[in-house]
Design a protein around this ligand. Structure first.
Ligand code: DMJ
Length: 623
């Protein structure tokens, strides 16, 4: 037995080993196959999830898109008499009228029609070159063949949503109800513009962005906070009239337009009422600061002998005019109309507006002119007041055209290497420097050109594109790929900051705002590419585990962070970036006009969300 056993043992052993080898080989091949297979599955899943996430994204848009005028049309009942739906929206037009006005609107594009742009296609979609486009400023994008196409870049847009979530969740975690977040120290921050009270600036400023992005849970917690906690009663805060208007009044007005929720109208009016005492000056030009309790108002000590600042008192018109229309109270519009009249009638040196005006004497202060700090949004609001009025406020458009003509002549220059920029002007001397703030003017020049055809149109569009290009240059000439607070043009440098106090970046939106406007107007892919470059730079340098910070010096490889997440990062920077990767039908520019804090306001006569207060019926004289 034993020998027999000893003979069969090696055989069994060899057989076993061979078996194991075969088993391993089979398993290996299967494994490899499986890996390939799972890759393929994963790939398929990705393809599927892309379409799912596309669908998800669309679903996320529902609260906005479903209520969008284009889609509302489909929901309107066929009955023609004056309808409740429109009346609920504060719109006095009949269904028939709405139907008629909306009939030229192209339906929301189908998902299957998603296309990715290429250079060739952007050519014929350039509204400046293609007058055949029915809605050059908005609506779904339409090819010359009349086919509706969607221009959503889902992946990039989803990244912006994630950034918003990161900014919001950390604010919520460490600074809820306070004004802003300090991401490095994980505690609240409050700049003096908020009068050192807890006004939830990030909530009010960021809420419409959450709404647009379809971040419903976050939106609801913000709304809830506003309802329960936001009030300017019983506090003695010294508020900046301008900042409070553009961030708080503007934010509430947009939310009211979006939702029709009376809470926002009440709050907008409540805030504006607190600002009104600042307008009690001999000229009607408001002071810069007002105390919410006492109504005492004053100007900044540093502002040219007690002057008010052009970009501040000149950036109230959109909000105050709209507030009058939705409340039925003409007072707010009257206040800004007074400012308009002063500025219309006053003599303008060389056709330009200095940055300082004394509210008591009605005389200009120092003759410094700028499309950057202290001047910027005044010019913006001239064009936009005209747009907001449905292009009926001709006075505003004329004042805009005249001002821009003078700026073109006296302040817009080209550098030796061909970069277009807007200088500051101090008395008769050009200071060849451009603020980051002035980078919004690329979009402004372009928007002005796209909305009125005259002998300057082509030139203005060219300047708009040129300024936007220069601002992009100021970004890519910095190792961080983020632009400095101000940059200069001299023999030594072009589009670069030279002084240490102008090398910082505080998460500002102006350059992206121009990318967004230029993208909408030209569909040139480069604006999206530039926006994406900036997103990568923001992620690399400004993102921290607890929110986003500005940088102290954009020219350092590893710049120090400033520990402030500005409320305008949520209100503007992320909104413009989100819209840059969205379809044109999301907030079309022929239905919405953005206030200077990127809060979209509806355009009268073009947008059923205008929600004008019903005109009171004439008193009955029956008895
Ligand atoms: C914002 O508050 C507004 O855009 C304002 O018009 C200028 N400054 C900031 C953003 O940089």
């Amino acid at each position: 037995m034993c020998p027999k056993t000893s003979k069969t043992t090696p055989l069994l052993l060899i057989g076993g080993i061979v078996f194991v080898i075969i088993l391993v080989a089979i398993t290996g091949v299967t494994l490899i196959n499986n890996i390939n297979l799972s890759n393929i599955i994963r790939l398929n899943e990705k393809v599927a999830s892309d379409s799912v996430s596309a669908t998800d994204n669309q679903i996320k848009e529902l609260n906005y898109v479903n209520n969008h005028p284009k889609n509302l049309l489909a929901k309107l009942p066929s009955a023609t008499p004056a309808n409740n739906e429109a009346n609920e929206a504060g719109d006095s037009r009949s269904l028939e009228q709405i139907r008629h006005e909306m009939s030229s609107v192209v339906p929301e594009p189908k998902l299957s029609a998603v296309i990715w742009r290429d250079g060739q296609k952007s050519q014929f979609l350039d509204p400046m070159k293609s007058p055949t486009l029915a809605l050059p400023l908005g609506g779904a994008t339409v090819t010359p063949g009349g086919e509706a196409v969607s221009l959503i870049d889902y992946e990039k847009r989803a990244q912006i949503v994630k950034m918003m979530e990161h900014a919001w969740h950390n604010y919520k975690l460490y600074a809820w109800g306070k004004n802003e977040l300090r991401p490095l120290s994980q505690r609240p921050h409050s700049g003096s513009i908020f009068g050192s009270y807890d006004l939830g600036a990030t909530i009010v400023d960021g809420l419409d962005t959450l709404y647009i992005m379809g971040l419903e849970k976050e939106y609801k917690e913000g709304r809830d906070w506003i309802e329960r906690r936001f009030s300017l009663d019983n506090i003695s805060a010294e508020l900046s009239v301008f900042e409070t208007n553009i961030r708080f009044v503007g934010g509430m007005l947009t939310l009211y337009a979006f939702t029709g929720d009376p809470l926002y109208k009440e709050k907008a009016q409540h805030i504006a009422d607190k600002l009104l005492p600042a307008f009690q000056t001999p000229t009607g030009i408001p002071y810069a600061l007002v105390n919410t309790k006492t109504g005492m108002a004053k100007n900044y000590g540093w502002a040219s002998g007690g002057s008010s600042i052009l970009s501040e008192f000149g950036t109230l018109h959109l909000e105050f005019a709209y507030l009058s229309d939705i409340t039925g109270n003409p007072l707010y519009r009257e206040r800004v109309q007074t400012i308009r009249q002063v500025l219309k009638e006053i003599e303008k040196p060389k056709g330009l507006y200095p940055n300082f005006l004394n509210p008591k004497t009605g005389k200009w202060g120092q003759q410094h002119m700028s499309l950057g700090a202290l001047g910027d949004s005044y010019y913006e609001y001239l064009l936009k007041a005209w747009l907001q009025s449905g292009q009926t406020d001709e006075e505003a458009r004329e004042m805009y055209d005249e001002a821009m003509l003078a700026i073109m002549d006296k302040m817009v220059r080209t550098s030796p290497n061909g970069l277009t920029y807007v200088s500051d002007l101090k008395f008769d001397r050009l200071e060849h420097k451009m603020d980051h703030l002035a980078c919004f003017s690329g979009g402004l020049f372009a928007l002005g050109a796209a909305t009125r055809q005259n002998q300057h149109t082509d030139k203005y569009m060219e300047v708009g594109k040129g300024i936007t290009n220069t601002c992009h240059e100021s970004y890519i000439r910095a190792p961080t790929q983020l632009g400095p607070e101000a940059f200069r043009f001299s023999d030594a440098a072009e589009a670069r900051a030279l002084r240490s106090q102008e090398k910082y970046y505080i998460l500002r939106p102006e350059t992206f705002e121009s990318y967004f406007v230029l993208w909408r107007l030209t569909h040139d892919q480069k604006y999206r590419d530039w926006g994406w470059e900036a997103v990568l730079a923001l992620e690399k340098h400004c993102r921290t585990p607890h929110g986003y910070c500005g940088l102290r010096n954009v020219y350092q490889q590893e710049p120090q962070k400033d520990d402030v997440q500005q409320s305008f990062f949520l209100a503007e920077t992320l909104k413009y970036l989100y819209l840059l990767f969205s379809d044109d039908s999301v907030l079309p520019l022929d239905e919405w006009v953005f206030n200077t804090e990127a809060h979209p306001l509806p355009i009268k006569g073009a947008n059923i969300y205008y929600r004008k207060a019903p005109v009171p019926l004439p008193a009955s004289n029956a008895s």
